[in-house]
Design a protein around this ligand. Structure first.
Ligand SMILES: C[S@@+](CC[C@H](N)C(=O)[O-])C[C@H]1O[C@@H](n2cnc3c(N)ncnc32)[C@H](O)[C@@H]1O
Length: 357
């Protein structure tokens, strides 16, 4: 179902439910739209619409930033856009969230500084909220409290977490994923440090500490489903190579790009993706490619997150653009994106711009 049809279907089912639950009130409100009352009712409605909180999608430009880290992307976005929007008497609505527990000793530079948070919270022309200790796949409480919009103009995720999105569980078994984690990261275990639960990873002779959920694997299908539900436009920025190919495998119609139980490696990617691998590898920094030029896009991407009663079990992206690089002139970027230029041994990351149907 496309986004407009989805919004209408949700609206209809809400109206039907209210009609059944509150028949007296329904009868009274029906009178408000009778011919002789309609003009007065519309006038009151317009006055009310200016006064009350409407869903942000109806009111303003809005953006949801998932896994927002130190809020550097949010800050750059605000610097670039807010004054511009203000000139048109419009406000930017910006909601950012991250799973890191505020105040935790884990996560280091990914925690937003207090000054930055206060600056965003007090900025005129901006309606900003940051939700820390918030798993992007567990938004029920925020939704019930009316703190998130059902859908934003743009949903974005910068430098999607790895290994969280680097392995797709619908094509790789738990056993294979665990083997890969051990092979690439070393041994790891859940333990405690300074009273906090932590994941300890033995990397050579060093023990590295991460939040306990660091190795929870969700996969690209969950991320794409979330972004497509929440954004009219979805942007994935500074995507590292491993996450990129795992996402890409889910976007083409042809199943040969998502072989069962075969983790992607630099050795097998050219064989599995063939001509697509060649074309994408040839993209120079800053270049853009329309993914449908490489092959038919998948028409039925399975939904992984719990289904809403009116929701189809699959969806599609009408358009997918790929850009090579992490930073583009005139476009805000996150601090991780800006760090890529110093990481000489990393290959340049990717940006995906997706329009859900
Ligand atoms: C590589 S960092 C990128 C941070 C920031 N977007 C940037 O580009 O600088 C990944 C971020 O995703 C967050 N994260 C990982 N899993 C998450 C989840 N399930 N829900 C919300 N945030 C998550 C991490 O805490 C971390 O801040």
């Amino acid at each position: 179902m496309n986004s407009t049809a989805q919004i209408l279907a949700d609206f209809r089912s809400q109206v039907t439910q209210l009609l059944q639950e509150r028949d007296k009130e329904w009868e009274a409100s029906r009178k408000l739209v009778e011919a002789r009352q309609l003009t007065a009712t519309l006038k009151r409605l317009i006055e009310e619409a200016h006064r009350v909180d409407l869903p942000v999608i109806i009111r303003e430009a809005s953006l949801l930033d998932l896994g927002a880290g130190d809020l550097s992307f949010a800050t750059e976005l605000v610097e670039l856009c807010v004054a511009h929007l203000q000139q048109r008497q419009r406000e930017l609505i910006l909601h950012s969230l991250d799973r890191l527990q505020p105040g935790s000793k884990l996560g280091g530079p990914l925690h937003p500084e207090r000054e930055r948070l206060n600056g965003l919270r007090s900025r005129t022309g901006l309606s900003f909220q940051f939700y820390g200790n918030q798993d992007m796949f567990d938004l029920g409480n925020l939704d019930q409290a009316g703190k998130l919009a059902p859908r934003y103009t743009i949903a974005t995720c910068w430098a999607p977490a790895t290994p969280t999105f680097a392995y797709e569980p619908t094509r790789l078994s738990d056993q294979i994923i665990t083997q890969e984690l051990h092979r690439t990261k070393g041994t790891f275990r859940q333990t405690h440090f300074s009273g906090e639960p932590v994941l300890e990873v033995q990397h050579g002779d060093r023990a590295l500490l991460f939040p306990p959920w660091k190795f929870e694997i969700r996969g690209p299908l969950a991320l794409l489903d979330l972004l497509a539900r929440r954004g009219l436009l979805c942007v994935l920025g500074a995507v590292d190579t491993q996450v990129f190919w795992e996402i890409l495998a889910q976007l083409f119609d042809d199943v040969r790009y998502r072989p069962d139980n075969q983790p992607f490696t630099s050795d097998n990617l050219p064989t599995i993706f063939g001509e697509i691998f060649e074309r994408l590898s040839r993209l120079a920094l800053g270049d853009t490619l329309n993914l449908s030029d490489c092959g038919p896009l998948r028409r039925q991407i399975p939904r992984i997150l719990p289904l809403h009663p009116t929701q189809d079990p699959s969806y599609r992206f009408r358009s997918v653009l790929i850009r090579r690089g992490a930073v583009f002139p005139g476009i805000p970027a996150s601090s991780t994106a800006r760090r890529f230029s110093d990481m000489v041994e990393e290959s340049p990351p990717w940006m995906l711009i997706l329009v859900p149907d």
